[in-house]
Write a protein that binds this ligand. Structure first.
Ligand SMILES: Nc1ncnc2c1ncn2[C@@H]1O[C@H](C[S@+](CC[C@H]([NH3+])C(=O)[O-])CC(=O)[O-])[C@@H](O)[C@H]1O
Ligand SMILES: O=C(O)C(=O)Cc1ccccc1
Length: 250
């Protein structure tokens, strides 16, 4: 029996047996294994999360809103929460998967911290954004159709106060075919080292192909500047996964 207050932590075996090819979705079966899946699949994830607290602390401003767009189970939301020392800030997590938001509520409740967290089960493309100091898109923009990415980033930049920031973490692709092959191989070796079989790796790869669209670092940088940020700097990279800090000038 599982205690609803303590969501069970399961091992990701979703792609371990032969499956029909079907696009990846953030449904209840993914939500149940998500902490294990993301930790074993995304090189650098376990480093990026605690750094989100450190970066939030540097850019948060009193009396502002902080957003975690595509919050899943709230790992980045809680890191942001611990970096916010102002009681008059609002922290808002947004995800359009109800399975994720339901479980996220439990994790937020288990985290002993005075700052309230508002969770919205909404599309990040239409959710209201205003008076922001820190916004996080931690491996979420990669799931937004490329044609809609600039519009979303313009809304984020437009809602961000002078001196505020966006933390953007993404899987990227590389201009050079040789580098693309090498970094992809290293990512797959990382997954293998974390216990995924060749079948799991190849079936997951097929399932995410149409829904997770990586772009180059240069495309991300140029678009962040076009959207209204004044600086876009790479602060973390592990293989084909990066995190960028985009800053609005004071
Ligand atoms: N249009 C959308 N609107 C709202 N949510 C969306 C949308 N598209 C995708 N999502 C949501 O974005 C999340 C992406 S996971 C983020 C990890 C988290 N940030 C973490 O730090 O643990 C990353 C990954 O699985 O690689 C999922 O929960 C989707 O439901
Ligand atoms: O698993 C992969 O190969 C990825 O690229 C990352 C990922 C992590 C979690 C959900 C979807 C994709």
């Amino acid at each position: 029996m599982s205690d609803p207050k303590h969501p069970e932590q399961l091992t990701d075996r979703l792609f371990a047996t032969e499956r029909n090819p079907e696009d990846f979705r953030f449904d209840a079966s993914v939500a149940r294994v998500f902490p294990d899946m993301i930790r074993r699949s995304v090189p650098g994830y376990t480093t990026v999360i605690p750094m989100i607290e450190v970066i939030t602390e540097q850019y948060v401003q009193p009396g502002t809103n902080c957003y975690d767009l595509g919050c899943s189970l709230g790992a980045a939301t809680l890191a942001m929460r611990h970096g916010i020392a102002h009681a008059d800030c609002q922290l808002i997590g947004v995800d359009n998967s109800s399975a994720m938001i339901e479980r996220c509520e439990h994790y937020v409740a288990l985290d002993d911290h005075p700052l309230p967290v508002t969770l919205r089960c909404e599309d990040i493309l239409t959710t209201e954004l205003s008076n922001a100091s820190v916004t996080t898109l931690n491996y979420t923009l990669q799931f937004v159709p490329p044609a809609q990415r600039l519009g979303l980033l313009e809304r984020v930049a437009g809602a961000t106060r002078p001196g505020g920031a966006l933390i953007l973490s993404e899987k990227i692709r590389f201009e050079s075919e040789q580098e693309q092959d090498t970094q992809t191989r290293l990512h797959h070796e990382f997954k293998r080292a974390n216990g995924y079989s060749d079948l799991e790796i190849s079936q997951k790869r097929a399932a995410i192909e149409q829904v997770l669209i990586p772009e180059t670092l240069e495309t991300h940088r140029q678009r962040l500047l076009k959207a209204g940020f004044d600086q876009a700097l790479l602060w973390y990279q592990c293989f084909n996964f990066v995190s960028i800090l985009a800053i609005k000038a004071e």
